[in-house]
Design a protein around this ligand. Structure first.
Ligand code: NAP
Length: 308
């Protein structure tokens, strides 16, 4: 492939508008060739289709799709795109089950196309430095606190409360994508999921993980936090404390603070271009595996109904 990668965005919701459209526009490796929107949401005069099938049958030539729908409908779209020989960028989480992601991975490999299971928080400004700083240090304990107001961040998103929508793990999986990137492998020991009686997904969770050395990793997820919002990971080490704040965008080290520009989605698209050009895939299910383990191993506690 010599020219830009012609990409179509499927699912023109919040993340497509906020991040994918500008990230594609600002990366010359890509050209936004079409959008697919069931509600007919267009952007900047780019050809619009109601379904992926219509785009593949009647639309302009494309090389890739970026699937920005909720996870529950992502497998069928990815399967359809791969069958048509297109490279696939999956928003996080890569699917509604672990097994469907494994099937897609194998299917993409057989079809010779790139499958990219993206984890945008891994590209947050402080995360790469945190990973480098922690390498080789003795970790004593980890605290992950992800507390936000669901009414502010997910207004009216019915899918997020349905099976496969993950509930509070929709943001919580971002924390897990960072933790699995900067820490040695760990596993869930025990936890509690707090479920509103009128919803299928948790509104909060308290989880206790350990790594192979027995290092405790405590995670506190809550969607009921009003006022200041918290997206922090604090790691105590033999060389002092590391703290990632603002979802990985600010890093505090014993020697001082490190900040740099937000480049999560530009970073993701740069990675996707590299994968397509090199004919490889990147499918890491570790964050989703921890969420699945929480649903497998966690105790359920009913809490009061939640209404938008
Ligand atoms: P959203 O605003 O609800 O948008 C999702 C879009 O997907 C809808 O607008 C709709 O677009 C399309 N869609 C197709 N089938 C659907 C269905 N059955 N139910 C609802 N929508 C359907 O969601 P979002 O916040 O953009 O999140 C989409 C994905 O991106 C999620 O996996 C989320 O975890 C991830 N993400 C979100 C954020 C964020 O800040 N919001 C950040 C990073 C990642 P059309 O009407 O155009 O078809």
């Amino acid at each position: 492939m010599t020219g830009p990668i012609r990409v179509a965005i499927v699912g023109m919701g919040k993340i497509a508008h906020d991040q994918h459209v500008p990230a594609i526009a600002n990366n010359e490796a890509f050209e936004l060739a079409a959008t697919v929107s069931s509600r007919g949401e267009a952007t900047g005069g780019v050809p619009l289709f109601r379904t992926l099938g219509e785009l593949l049958a009647d639309g302009p030539e494309i090389d890739a799709v970026a699937l920005c729908t909720p996870p529950q409908v992502r497998y069928a779209l990815a399967q359809e795109a791969i069958a048509a020989g297109k490279h696939v960028f999956l928003e996080k989480p890569p699917g509604a089950t672990l097994a469907e992601v494994a099937v897609l991975d194998e299917y993409a490999a057989k079809a010779g196309v790139t499958l990219f299971a993206s984890w945008h928080s891994r590209y947050a400004a402080g995360v790469g430095h945190a990973r480098a700083w922690l390498a080789g240090r003795a970790i004593q304990s980890v605290s992950i606190v992800w507390r936000e107001d669901v009414r502010v961040w997910h207004p009216g998103q019915a899918w997020i409360w349905e099976p496969g929508g993950l509930g509070v793990f929709d943001p919580g999986i971002n924390a897990l994508s960072i933790a699995t990137h900067i820490l040695p492998p760990f596993f869930l020991e025990e936890g509690t999921l707090f479920l509103p009686a009128n919803r299928a997904a948790p509104i909060a969770a308290l989880l206790n993980f350990r790594d192979a050395h027995g290092t405790p990793i405590a995670m506190d997820l809550d969607w009921r936090q009003t006022g200041p919002q918290t997206w922090d990971i604090t790691v105590e080490t033999d060389a002092g404390q590391l703290r990632l704040a603002k979802g990985g965008n600010e890093l505090f080290l014993p020697a001082g603070e490190h900040k740099s520009d937000d480049h999560e989605y530009p970073g993701l698209y740069a990675r996707f271009a590299d994968l397509v050009r090199s004919g490889t895939s990147d499918v890491d299910i570790a964050p989703l595996r921890h969420v699945a383990d929480a649903f497998l191993r966690g105790r359920r506690e009913l809490v009061e109904d939640f209404h938008d």
